[in-house]
Design a protein around this ligand. Structure first.
Ligand SMILES: NC(=O)NCCC(=O)O
Ligand SMILES: [Zn+2]
Ligand SMILES: [Zn+2]
Length: 484
């Protein structure tokens, strides 16, 4: 068996920083120590050896708003690897009344050219006995997280009744519900009002979904999850109102995790004021970019631990696709890219500024989500026995982000012109060297589906606590006879 040694680097994990060499055999880390020797040597002098990034929120080749997102599992996972992300978690979206299992087959069929490992969240887009039953089979197949859209009325949105039913089913199965938290009824009404007033440009997309619609929905989802007795993961937290709801819940001991996006951390609402329609439309996503005060709240949440994971919600549409919404902002496909730039932008704006430690960076980009989704320590760890999904991170390498040099299939980059310092020297996916600085050596088809077990420790603890504290009927004697 051939071995690869990553030599002379500093291992950085979510809780430790230390000098060590790392031996890889058969895709697995088999030894961590001093002065290791092997067949192939990767020199990590001056670099940090970290768990590869895990992006818990991507939409590759997703049918949405009358089109498909333009990065598929080939270009999307190539983009991921180029930036140091070695696992993506995508969303399987059944159509209304479609079987979850049938949708899963469709999504499985998209992944043949994945170059890094992947898993899925299953979306609950409608409710009925069939969905209730199939959720158990979905969990058996290793998909243990279920996404609920509280927005996109008339398309993906579910109501409170459906959400409570699904959350309760998640509790029974030991699965994790996720929410896109925006009040879809209010967004729909505000959208109609804005259009009627003639406000049709991309900036009106942001007016139609103010922070309050996100704060309200986040709070509602948290309360519904608590009543269902299940933990909750809130995707793309963009504002103080939503963060405040999560922070308050966590202070009360509720099991809630919040996920800010790298886009919301560094880009703000002024982007929508750009006089160039294309420029503004390319930045249309939900929730929209917010003002600087909201950004500060998100950074504080990462520092304080009230927000847990930085994702991208990578859902990339070309300029031509965005132009579907000329004259009506509600038809601009919602979504932005970010998969290949997440780590370098977070490192530059987080670690290089002192907002985050290197260990917090690893936690927010890899380890925390591996634990939440029950993939740890197979993923998210530099430990003997873990998958050799590793990024050898060179803090001295720099570049200016440009669509001209990106892997993503679209024709622009929302981070265009941003200078980053801190980039991969090497990226390995299950031991396979896939990136050497700017050179891609990835192998389409190398990626494997990661099946996850239900009932992670937090689910189990919460179920136990809810069982102990559940309301109980009062045992009574001497009950008067009825009708007397
Ligand atoms: N976020 C966004 O605008 N598009 C992708 C779908 C979603 O996550 O809401
Ligand atoms: Zn969403
Ligand atoms: Zn999304």
């Amino acid at each position: 068996m051939t071995s690869t040694i990553i030599k002379n680097g500093t291992v950085v994990t979510a809780d430790l920083t230390y000098a060590a060499d790392v031996r890889i055999e058969n895709g697995i880390i088999t030894q961590i120590g001093q002065n290791l020797a092997g067949d192939e040597v990767l020199d990590a002098t001056g670099c940090y050896v970290m768990p590869g990034g895990i992006d818990p929120h991507t939409h590759l080749e997703m049918p949405f708003m009358g089109t498909y997102s333009s990065d598929d599992f080939e270009s999307g996972t190539r983009a991921a690897l180029s930036g140091g992300t070695t696992t993506v978690i995508d969303f399987c979206l059944p159509s209304p009344n479609q079987s979850l299992l049938e949708a899963l087959t469709m999504w499985d069929n998209k992944t043949g050219k994945a170059a890094c490992d992947y898993s899925f969240h299953m979306a609950i887009t409608w409710w009925g006995e069939q969905v209730f039953n199939e959720m158990a089979e979905v969990v058996d197949r290793g998909i243990t997280s279920f996404k609920h859209f509280m927005a996109y009325k008339g398309a993906l949105m579910v109501d409170d009744d459906e959400m409570f039913s699904s959350f309760s089913r998640c509790a029974d199965l030991g699965a994790l519900p996720l929410v896109h938290a925006e009040n879809g009824d209010v967004v729909a009404a505000m959208t109609q009002k804005l259009l009627a007033e003639g406000k049709t440009g991309p900036e009106a997309h942001a007016f139609s979904r103010p922070p309050e619609v996100e704060g309200e929905a986040t709070n509602r989802a948290i309360m519904i999850a608590d009543m269902a007795g299940v933990p909750l993961y809130v995707v793309h937290v963009s504002c103080e109102q939503a963060h405040e709801a999560i922070r308050r819940a966590r202070q009360k001991g509720m099991r809630v995790w919040g996920e800010p996006l790298i886009q919301h951390l560094v880009l703000d609402e002024s982007e929508y004021a750009n006089p160039d329609w294309d420029y503004a439309a390319r930045r249309v996503m939900s929730p929209p970019f917010r003002d600087k005060a909201h950004q500060a709240s998100l950074w504080a949440g990462l520092q304080a631990g009230s927000l847990s994971c930085v994702a991208t919600d990578h859902c990339a549409f070309t300029t031509a696709q965005k132009r579907n919404g000329i004259g009506n902002f509600a038809k601009i496909p919602n979504g932005t890219g970010g998969l290949e730039d997440r780590l370098s932008v977070l490192w530059t704006h987080g670690v290089n500024t002192g907002r985050l430690t290197m260990n917090e960076f690893v936690a927010a980009t890899s380890t925390n989500i591996a634990k939440i989704l029950n993939m740890y320590p197979k993923k998210g760890a530099v430990l003997v026995g873990a998958d050799a999904d590793l990024v050898v991170w060179d803090p001295a390498r720099s570049k200016t982000i440009s669509a001209k040099t990106q892997q993503s299939a679209i024709d622009y980059n929302v981070f265009e012109g941003i200078a980053v310092k801190g980039l991969p020297r090497f990226v390995l996916t299950r031991g396979r060297l896939s990136v050497v600085e700017d050179e891609m050596r990835h192998a389409p088809g190398h990626g494997q589906f990661i099946a996850r077990e239900p009932k992670n420790p937090v689910n189990r603890a919460l179920s136990q606590w809810k069982a102990i504290t559940a309301p109980r009927a009062v045992e009574r004697t001497g009950i008067p006879a009825t009708g007397v």
